[in-house]
Design a protein around this ligand. Structure first.
Ligand code: PLP
Length: 450
């Protein structure tokens, strides 16, 4: 069947501007196989969801088994073994303070749940005036209306100003473009002062601060110092404001620890997980809460109920996939693989840092980013389509965020596969000189990246 007859409307895709979607017929490990038998190295884990490789047999088998036993039952008034096992498995790996788990469908809904829980929490304990949310510059939390509101203004949100909720905005720790003009080597995290001012002036009306801990993803793979995150936790605690950690991207090992918050010794009040939860097989998300938050919703008073749910909340097949996914952390050397990726990233990025087309390189755990120096920096940079097509022609799936190239591979990638992706990126840097006003040094200097 030809894709032309199907009238599929693809996400983040514009017919007439973007190339026709590629048809994929199967996938295994880090490779996608196209209809004509071509292989594409998936260096971004299919939008950051895949952990242990495509079509991992253990997850596939768990899904098949569960589908034969119980495919679905509504989760209001009912429960089931796969959800209970998943609650137990998640409970073992999240901070012990976060033992109340609310299931939803994807990253955006996990964020919606957290925002609504935070606002209702304060209402339920008699402080309804605490209803504003603070989010960071460069944030991305999803595409539903609440999640899009806490995301920063961007090409993604431009059309929807009329729908977005009013949000208070604080600086991000974007060290390569420091919002307060400091240098990381000598700064004292002065970027935190804008949040401190907001909390001092308006803490009485603020319900929560939401952050992507240590790594802002779609905003440009911006890596924050750990002190920035621990500083946010300290300030929110001092000002009686909840901290929502959106670990939709960073969860399940991406940053080198199970959760990014672990790296900074931070325990949030609400934690959002999705993407890697099922190893990239099925949509499933969870928002985890502390006793303090949960207790505000308990009791005989009906008005304290959390009136939120989705048809497929805690779908048993998705929970079975998640259980099989988390078991793989126990049965396979996942953190050894993660350490190997970290090592290759560090070695390769050091070479790119010296390249004249490169403004900054960043890394946290298995995520590496190379920010290129172009005059039209940003998601709609004219360099982006050139890079994207170049990579696909060379058999590598990379989706630069404008002028920011990043790698976020499945953990099963070998060092030779990862090095191959780096070789292709290195070759692509010559494209910068094709962009009007692209780094002039590019024209005279050969590539120095290794
Ligand atoms: C940090 C973060 N939060 C939320 C989301 C939204 O997740 P989903 O696309 O599953 O709705 C994303 C997606 O990229 C994300 O990176």
């Amino acid at each position: 069947m030809s894709a032309r007859n199907l009238h599929l409307w693809h996400p983040f895709t514009q017919e007439g501007a973007d190339p026709a979607p590629l048809r994929i017929r199967r996938a295994e490990g880090v490779y996608l196989e196209t209809d004509d038998g071509g292989q594409i190295l998936d260096a971004i884990s299919s939008w950051w969801v895949n952990l242990h490789g495509h079509a991992h047999p253990a997850i596939a088998a768990a899904i098949a088994e569960q589908a034969k036993r119980l495919e679905h039952v509504l989760f209001a008034g009912f429960s089931h073994e796969p959800a209970e096992e998943l609650a137990w498995r998640l409970g073992k790996i999240v901070p012990p303070a976060l033992q109340h788990i609310f299931f939803s469908d994807d990253g955006s809904t996990a964020v919606e749940v957290a925002l609504k829980m935070a606002v209702q929490f304060w209402r339920n304990i008699g402080r309804p005036e605490k209803c504003r949310i603070v989010a960071l510059e460069h944030a991305y939390h999803g595409d539903t209306v609440g999640a899009m509101s806490v995301s920063d203004d961007s090409a993604f949100t431009d059309a929807f100003g009329a729908l977005r909720l009013p949000i208070l905005r604080a600086h991000s720790a974007y060290c390569a473009r420091c919002p307060v003009g400091r240098e990381r080597a000598t700064c004292h995290i002065e970027c935190l002062e804008s949040l401190e001012r907001l909390l001092n002036e308006r803490g009485q009306e603020i319900a929560a601060v939401i952050v992507e801990p240590l790594l802002q993803g779609a905003g440009g793979m911006i890596v924050h110092p750990e002190e920035f995150l621990s500083g946010i936790r300290r300030l929110t605690g001092e000002h009686e404001v909840l901290l929502i950690a959106d670990e939709v991207l960073t969860g399940f090992g991406r940053t080198g620890r199970m959760f990014a918050c672990d790296r900074a010794g931070v325990v949030p009040d609400l934690l959002c997980v999705a993407k890697g939860l099922t190893g990239g097989f099925l949509p499933l998300a969870a928002t985890l809460a502390t006793d303090r938050v949960y207790d505000a919703f308990a009791g005989p008073d009906r008005s304290r109920t959390f009136f939120h749910g989705h048809s497929y909340s805690a779908n048993p097949i998705a929970c079975a996939a998640a259980n099989a996914n988390l078991k793989i952390f126990e049965t396979e050397p996942v953190f050894e693989r993660i350490a190997a990726i970290e090592k290759t990233h560090a070695a390769r990025l050091a070479g790119f840092a010296k390249h004249p087309a490169v403004r900054d390189v960043r890394q946290i755990g298995t995520v590496a980013a190379i920010e290129l120096d172009v005059p039209d920096a940003g998601y709609l940079s004219s360099l982006r389509p050139l890079l994207y097509n170049f990579y696909l022609n060379r058999g590598v799936l990379l989706r630069p965020l404008g002028n920011v190239i990043y790698l976020l591979p499945p953990y099963v990638i070998t060092s030779s596969q990862l090095n191959f992706a780096y070789e292709v990126i290195q070759d692509s840097l010559a494209l910068v000189s094709n962009v009007p006003g692209g780094t002039s040094a590019m024209k005279s200097q050969a590539s120095t990246a290794s």
